[in-house]
Design a binder for this molecule. Structure first.
Ligand code: NAD
Length: 284
């Protein structure tokens, strides 16, 4: 960046947002950030703002990393209604679902739908996939901010909501693979196999997935269970996926099963790291 660093706003400094905001600081932006829980997770180099309206007055583009569509709606309403606001563009990295993204783009601010995949490890390493959708003009305008968030980006459509559809499909697959791998490893243990040996073989065989190559080795076999994504948020994502499949009249035979497993897990242990699905399924 040349001259004065551009100011970018950030709302939602949780597991993902605190790292994405840090990436923007490191990319040379002046970051002004807010979270409802207070300033504790403001990244080094970013400036705390006492509310969304203050963020709206300082930055033309504001990035969101919030739990769901209802919270994004509340925050966008506050940004849009702020007196003397500078904000014109919102980049929403939250997973909110298709209907919410469509509603958010008609609230008086330009809206780029930009959900992310790759977890907190991906955010740290800048390998997070940012899938995004919006008009040519809006996407071009926020491109430097998207580039500040991650090195991996793909525009997937012109209409906000299209990136959400892809993100929901991704998380349905991810949720299914993690639950299915948990069942398969539980079965293998009962059959006398060592889970580490199972994973080694599965990862050179056709049963591998992100669950077996990444989540099981780093979080389950180590007993860390600290991927930084909650079961509550994963259950929300599968619910949003099923809502959208129903709306489009598609098939959801597997989706319904995956959804019931994640609903049961998040009801039993609300807020647990999503990789704890393995002990939940195994009954450990
Ligand atoms: P999180 O619960 O850790 O963080 C959410 C943050 O939003 C919290 O700090 C909370 O205080 C803040 N917040 C809630 N209401 C607010 C409000 N009204 N105003 C300002 N701040 C508010 O969640 P997360 O894991 O960081 O996920 C954020 C979003 O990113 C979610 O939509 C999630 O589905 C998505 N996501 C997360 C991951 C991951 O690995 N954690 C991966 C991909 C996508």
């Amino acid at each position: 960046m040349s001259g004065q660093p551009a100011t970018v706003g950030f709302v939602g400094l949780g597991n993902m947002g605190s790292l994405l905001a840090l990436n923007l600081v490191r990319a040379g932006f002046e970051v002004v950030a807010y979270d409802a829980l207070g300033p504790a997770r403001t990244p080094l180099g970013a400036r705390w703002a006492p509310g969304p309206a203050d963020v709206a007055r300082e930055a033309a583009t504001v990035v969101l990393s919030l739990p769901d569509g209802a919270v994004c709606h509340e925050v966008v309403r506050d940004l849009q209604g702020a007196r003397d606001r500078r904000v014109t563009h919102v980049v929403d990295t939250s997973t909110v679902g298709v209907a919410a993204a469509r509603a958010l783009c008609s609230m008086g601010l330009a809206y780029v739908d930009a959900p992310v995949s790759g977890g907190v490890a991906g955010a740290r390493q800048r390998t997070l996939m940012v899938m995004y959708a919006g008009s040519d003009e809006d996407c071009a305008r926020v491109e430097p901010v998207l580039a500040g968030l991650s090195d991996r980006r793909r525009r997937v459509g012109d209409l906000p909501g299209q990136a959400q559809a892809l993100k929901l499909a991704n998380n349905f697959l991810s949720a299914t693979a993690l639950a299915a791998t948990s069942e398969a490893v539980t079965f293998g243990r009962a059959a006398g196999l060592d889970p580490a040996v199972m994973l080694e073989v599965l990862n050179s065989s056709s049963g591998r997935s992100g669950a077996s190559t990444d989540k099981f080795p780093s979080e389950v076999l180590t007993g860390r269970y600290a991927a930084g994504f909650s079961n509550t948020l994963m259950a929300k994502d599968v619910r949003l996926y099923l809502d959208e499949v129903r709306r489009l009249g598609g098939t959801q035979a597997l989706g319904a099963v995956t959804g019931s497993v994640w609903e049961a897990f998040s009801e039993a242990e609300p807020g647990a790291d999503f990789t704890r699905i393995y002990p939940f399924v195994a009954g450990d």
